[in-house]
Design a protein around this ligand. Sequence first.
Ligand code: ZN
Length: 102
Amino acid sequence: MAETPTTIHEAQAADRARGLRAVAALDGRLNGQHMPRRPEWDCTTCGQDWPCAQAQVRLSETFGRDRVGLAMYLGAVYAAAVNELPVTTTGATWFRFVSWIR
Ligand SMILES: [Zn+2]
């Protein structure tokens, strides 16, 4: 088990590492389709902003009724994406990656 971060820099590094592990797991969760093309974060299959509608459906199916697990997983993916996408002050990136889960 990883050590608990004791500084903000260690916590940020841990968040980035968790995000990259979540992104690495996407291939298995999406069967290699509707994957994000980074650092643009658009879909490799349909070209829409990722997660596109098909990726949302596949991820929802993967997690089933575990909406909290899906939200936590996409929160980790968001942690990776937010460092690569342009900065916004509107919360649009959070909405795009996490808030569609209801
Ligand atoms: Zn797509």
